[in-house]
Design a protein around this ligand. Structure first.
Ligand SMILES: C[S@@+](CC[C@H](N)C(=O)[O-])C[C@H]1O[C@@H](n2cnc3c(N)ncnc32)[C@H](O)[C@@H]1O
Length: 224
């Protein structure tokens, strides 16, 4: 299911407006913007220490998680870059967005298009999951691994989780935007994750209400 066939998706993050160009005619899923990335960004925006207004609820349970100062991040399967660019606008300044070779032109094009809003060209790198050289080249450990809508093929589940584990530091987190795409991939993903991660699902009421779709979740994974 595609989010929308419109060639451009707009995403408001704080005072900034990201404009994401998708190519729905392409054979690569990464050239489409998927809802999980928008849900993840809007969740982070809602609770970001940069934008959080305590009047609605005085305690911010995510203040530490979303305090991005001095944190290094890497995004896996970034696609058009919605999640990485959105989180960058929420203070995640040190971030590299990665994907497979055929998706890199769409990723770079979107980063370039949004340069006036981002104020700098974000880093990108080719990273195929479980490719040891490409993983090492990013210079792990990272504080934050971002992944939105990356679980849909059973055969890529193990390489994906292995890559998350290798990239994140002992106290790092995975910020995961998740939607069930394939029952087989879903089953294997959570089976493997349960072995290596503490899994916390963000309650739906903590998502940004305009971006709280029934089928889409945000998870926070930490190493056991
Ligand atoms: C459904 S798209 C999600 C794109 C983007 N995160 C979003 O939410 O809009 C899945 C992404 O994972 C990437 N991907 C799939 N298999 C991969 C692999 N083995 N190594 C690296 N990236 C992969 C795809 O190229 C694609 O960009």
């Amino acid at each position: 299911m595609k989010f929308t066939d419109s060639p451009v998706i707009e995403l408001q993050v704080g005072d900034s407006l990201l404009s994401l160009q998708q190519d729905n005619g392409s054979m690569h899923v990464g050239t489409t913007v998927w809802p999980c990335s928008l849900v993840l960004v809007k969740f982070a925006e809602r609770w970001s220490p940069l934008t959080y207004s305590p009047s609605s609820s005085p305690q911010n349970p995510y203040s530490h998680l979303l305090d991005f100062r001095n944190k290094r991040a890497v995004e896996l399967g970034a696609g058009c870059g919605a999640a990485g660019m959105g989180l960058y606008l929420l203070g995640l300044n040190n971030i590299v967005l990665t994907d497979i070779a055929p998706v890199m032109p769409a990723l770079r094009r979107n980063i370039k298009k949004n340069k006036p809003v981002l104020k700098k060209a974000l880093k990108t790198a080719q990273l195929y999951w479980a490719n040891s050289e490409q993983i090492s080249a990013q210079g792990p450990p990272f504080d934050i691994v971002i992944a939105a809508d990356v679980v849909y093929l059973e055969e890529t589940v193990r390489p994906l989780v292995e890559t998350m584990e290798k990239l994140m530091g002992e106290t790092g987190v995975v910020l995961l935007g998740y939607q069930l795409r394939s029952p087989e991939a879903d089953r294997l993903f959570w089976e493997v994750c349960e072995r290596v991660f503490e899994i916390k699902k963000v309650p739906h009421e903590d998502l940004q209400p305009d971006y709280a779709y029934e089928e889409t979740d945000v998870y926070i994974l930490r190493k056991k």
